[in-house]
Design a protein around this ligand. Structure first.
Ligand SMILES: Nc1ncnc2c1ncn2[C@@H]1O[C@H](COP(=O)(O)OP(=O)(O)OP(=O)(O)O)[C@@H](O)[C@H]1O
Length: 588
């Protein structure tokens, strides 16, 4: 058996990298900076007294770019092994694991330079001794090796732009890219003689006064986010060598997972990293540096592994603690936060008891007693009743409080889940959805002796409403301005929904739906006339006849509209008919 070696078609590999791995040619600057930084790290490890690390980036007048570092350099043998072998790297240990201190690990980064140049020229002198070596690699897979008379230990890479991509190598482009990727590196990087690295990350800068620090960090957040955040949270997950800041956005954020700025070993990895914090924390944008999370091969995102989920949990915990601290020590800041981000907090309260407590104590809810926190609303109450839609709340709130049954409007996102979970934080909290049928039963009956007087009116109303699947009732209630209330109990609602659907669909579906229509017991919606309304008083003593029938139809339609109930074809017809008939009577 003869053994052969794989041949790699470099052009194919470069094509793969540029079209399928890297999002943009811009990454070539990062890869060069990364190699230079790693070489400096290697020299620091190898020498007792290494010189201060320095990377000099020089866009040259002829359009070329030169990057020089005073790192460990390469011997001729290493040039063959590492520069000229795709996938070979000096940054893995003997077992093939990425070495902690290095940025690179895959052995492909240098190839990204072929996205902007046809040749990569390297001159190097190794700290291990020997003479200088020069190497030129071409995109078609050839390379040449020679000697160079480099005086200093370190490496210089020169790229000459390919026609059409010169713009990636202009001094401005290079400065912008280098500062965005490398401004936090702890080696000195200069572009055209100007230093672009900062000695400390904003979260590392010491301040005597915490308020001054907070203001400085909020200013920094404004620069990074493009708008001033409302709060800043210190973040720290030692297991992942992670430190940084979480900025609480000053305007409501769409639920989403992206937008975090992540540095990996102080080199920018992504300005739009996702899944760094739990989903519920969508009001936070992070800027963090981590030494342990793993990058994907394109180095543009984080690799989803156990450590990333540990980080997510850790950051979630810190954001939650910050919120709880706010509730104890800075209620006014908490209120401001809730005004903007109530949705995120509610989403969290559905799963988290601490957040549920926070919502219970602080989040204003709409109730029939006014806007207040649930804890205030339910004080001294054995049962909390709620309605599930905003429309239901609008039509029932006034009557519910008049009937001595206060209700909470749970018509917004997460409200019902939150209410149903309340007993988790307070075992005495019993919660039930308000059944409008039960409400009607609580309304005051007529004054004694009136029953008989209203009987003929109710008779007419019963006949008219039978056609509309509804039954009449007469009670006294507030508000006085409401002549009639359309009440549909939960059982009647189920039956009604099926019937309305039968009407709206074609024959086949209507047959299918009819199977769900429980005809053995009739649960009808009720139209409750309000004896306190002057018009109703007048109608109850009006002689039966067409005018009275139209009045009942009109009140039925008006009650449906006022309660935002859906109208079936028969309802609309009744409404139109009565409206026109009453107009006709008004203008004989
Ligand atoms: N400036 C430099 N100084 C010294 N050695 C270098 C330099 N640039 C590249 N090398 C050598 O060339 C090897 C290959 O570099 P390359 O950028 O292709 O991959 P890498 O940095 O090892 O990994 P990654 O693909 O993750 O960037 C490196 O492992 C290193 O040994």
């Amino acid at each position: 058996m003869i053994e052969h070696r794989f041949q790699v078609d470099l052009r194919g590999v470069v094509d793969l990298l540029s079209h399928h791995l890297y999002a943009s040619p811009r990454v070539y600057v990062r890869e060069l900076l990364q190699n230079a930084t790693d070489a400096i790290t290697a020299r620091r490890a190898a020498e007792e007294d290494p010189p201060a690390g320095r990377v000099v980036i020089e866009p040259l007048p002829d359009g070329a770019l030169r990057v020089t570092d005073n790192g460990i350099g390469l011997t001729e043998e290493e040039v063959h092994t590492f520069l000229a072998s795709v996938g070979r790297t000096s940054k893995r240990d003997d077992l093939g694991f990425a070495r902690q201190d290095y940025l690179g690990q895959f052995g492909i980064g240098l190839l990204s330079c072929f996205m902007v140049a046809d040749a990569i020229e390297v001159e190097s002198r190794s700290a291990k001794g020997g003479s200088g070596v020069s190497w030129t690699g071409y995109a078609d897979g050839r390379y040449t090796v020679g000697t160079a008379d480099a005086a200093d230990v370190g490496t210089t890479v020169t790229l000459r732009p390919r026609a059409g991509v010169e713009h990636w190598l202009t001094p401005e482009a290079v400065r912008d890219l280098a500062s965005s990727y490398a401004h936090l590196l702890d080696v000195e990087v200069t572009v055209s003689g100007q230093r672009i690295t900062e000695p400390q990350a904003p979260w590392e800068v010491a301040h005597d006064d915490p308020e001054v620090r907070r203001a400085a960090l909020l200013d920094y957040g404004a620069r990074v986010l493009g708008s001033r955040p409302m709060e800043v949270i210190d973040l720290n997950v030692p297991e992942a060598g992670l430190r940084g800041l979480g900025f609480v956005l000053a305007s409501p954020a769409a639920v989403g997972q992206g937008g975090h700025r992540v540095y990996l070993k102080r080199m920018l990895l992504s300005e739009d990293a996702s899944k760094l914090v739990p989903e519920w924390a969508f009001f936070v944008r992070c800027v963090v540096d981590t030494s342990m999370l793993r990058p994907t091969a394109s180095r543009e995102a984080l690799y989803e592994d156990d450590l990333l989920s540990t980080v997510r949990e850790g950051l979630g915990e810190q954001i939650r603690n910050w919120l709880l601290d706010l509730s104890v020590n800075h209620p006014e800041r908490l209120a401001a936060f809730l005004r903007v981000h109530h949705l995120g907090v509610k989403a969290l309260a559905v799963r988290d008891d601490e957040m549920l407590r926070l919502v219970d104590a602080w989040l204003p809810f709409e109730t029939s007693r006014g806007t207040m926190a649930l804890r205030t609303f339910r004080r001294g109450m054995s049962m909390i009743r709620y309605v599930e839609t905003v429309d239901e709340f609008r039509s029932l709130a006034a009557i519910a409080s008049a009937a001595g049954t206060p209700v909470v409007n749970a018509g917004y996102a997460y409200d019902t889940e939150i209410l149903e979970r309340l007993s988790r934080v307070d075992p005495d909290a019993r919660v039930r959805r308000l059944d409008p049928g039960e409400l009607a039963a609580k309304l005051d009956p007529l004054p004694p002796g009136q029953e008989e007087a209203v009987a003929p009116f109710l008779e007419t109303a019963r006949a008219v409403l039978r056609e509309l699947d509804c039954v009449p009732l007469i009670r006294q209630f507030d508000p006085v301005s409401m002549p009639a209330l359309y009440v549909i109990s939960q059982k009647a609602r189920t039956q009604d929904t099926v019937r309305r659907s039968i009407e709206a669909v074609d024959d086949l579906w209507s047959d299918v739906l009819s199977a769900f229509d429980d005809v053995t017991v009739e649960h009808r919606p009720e139209l409750v006339f309000n004896w306190r309304h002057p018009l109703i008083r007048k109608l109850t003593s009006y002689p039966p006849g067409p005018a009275l029938r139209h009045a009942v139809e009109a009140l039925y339609g008006q009650a449906l509209l006022a309660g935002h109930h859906p109208l079936r074809a028969v309802d609309t017809a009744a409404l139109n008919r009565s409206f026109l008939a009453l107009l006709d009577r008004a203008f004989p």
